[in-house]
Design a protein around this ligand. Sequence first.
Ligand code: GLN
Length: 449
Amino acid sequence: MTLKEALALPKEEIGTLRADLKKRIEERSDINAYIALDEAGDGVPLLIKDNIQVKGWNVTAASKILQGYVAPYNATVIEKIENAGLAPFGRANMDEFAMGSSTESSFYGKTLNPHDPNRVPGGSSGGSAAAVAADIAIAALGSDTGGSIRQPAAFCGIVGMKPTYGRVSRWGLGAYSSSLDQIGPMTQNVEDAAILYDIISGHDTRDSTSANVEYAPVAPNLNPGRKLKIAVIDNYIKDAGSEVQHAYQKAIEALEAEGHTIIHKEMMGAKYDIAAYYIIATAEASANLSRYDGIRYGNRAEDPKDLKDLYLRTRSEGFGEEVKRRILLGSFVLSSGYYDAYYLKAQKVRHLIKNEFENVFEDADLILSPVAPTAAFKFGEMADPLQMYLSDAYTIGVNLAGLPAISLPIEKRDDGLPVGLQLIGKHFDEQTVFDGAMSLERAVAYEKK
Ligand code: GLN
C-alpha cells in the first residue's frame, strides 16, 4: 500500500494496517532494518530514522554512546507528521551518527539489502531504504548530509528526496554536519515523496537556518507533462560503472521521448566535492559531537577516577571507530595552523561548487546525475574508509550547494540489483524536481518485483 492510499483509509482501518505491517516486520527481522518497533500514536505508520527525536523514545543515532537516552521532546517533523494523521512507527537502523554509506557502522549490526543479503542497503539511512523496499514500511524519514537519503534509495530501488537546505526544520535532528543536514522522505514512488515532503516542509523559528520563504505545496500541483531543459554532465558520467552508464543512457532516451530537452555540460568534477565535504563535515561533526560527554546524555563510563577520565573513557568506549576517525579529522582541520590551510580553503571551494551549479542552472531546469558510481556493493568491500568516502562523489556536491535532489530507480542489473539516478534542481524549486521525477518515473516504468 502506498502512502497516498494509506492516508486515504478510513480511521477504523488503520488499526488493521498497523497490525498487518507489524506482522510483516517481524517476519523479515533478518533484514535488520528496524532497531526497535517503538510506536507513538495511532495514525498511519511512518518509519523514523534513529537520529530524529520522538518524545519518550530511546533515540540513539545507532550509537552505543546514546544507550539509555530518552528523547524529551518531538522534532518539528514529528509534530508535523502527527498533525497530518501519521504516527512514528519504528526506529530505522542507520550508520552511527549518520556517518557512512553502508549502514555497516551501526551499533545494532548491519542492515541487509533486500535484493541481495550479501550486499549493503547503502547508508546512512539504510534501514529506512531497506524497509520501504522490502514492503515492511509504507514510507520513512531519512536524513541526508552527503547523500544518505539518495544513495540508499538508489541501492534499494526506492525514491529518496533531499529538500533544499532550510526547507525542512532540523529542530530535533541529531546534528552531524549542521550546514549540510536535511531531513527528507523515502518512499515507494515519486508522488508519495511529494506528499511526505509537503507534510514536513515549512519555516520553523526553532531552527535558525530554516528558510522563511513562501511555500506552495507540490503534491497537488504535480505536473509530469511540463517540458523541461535537463542538463547532463558529460565528464561526470565517464567514471561511473557500466550499469550506471547504461541506466543513464536509458534515462536520457526516456526523457527525450517525453519531450524534454537534453543539454550537455561539463563540471569541475567530484574530487573537489569530496575533499571539501570531508573537511567541512568532519569539522562540524567534531564540534557537534563534543556534547556527548557522559554528563548530559546517554551512556557513561563506570567508576571514573576523575572528570577527565570520565570524558575520556565515555567517549572512547561509546563512539565507534568511524565516528572517532571523523572527530579526529575534524579537530585536526580546525586546529590552529591548519584552519586556514584546510577549513577555510574548503569553504572557498564550497563557494566555487555552488557557483558552478548556478552557472549550469542558467541554462537548465534540472541536472541528471548518477547517485553512486555502482549498484549496491558487498559487505566489507569498502573496508578502506577512503574508498568509501570516494563512493560519495555524486551526492555530496548537492549538499555543499544546498540544492534539492531526488533519487529514483531506473532499471535493474541482470542480477536484479536496482540502479538509481538523481535529478537535481534549483534552490527552493522542488516543484520542478518532482515534476521532472514523475515524468522520468513514468517513462522508465521501473518494475519493483
Ligand atoms: N556518506 C556520507 C558520509 O559518510 C554521507 C552521510 C550522510 O549523508 N549522512 O558522510
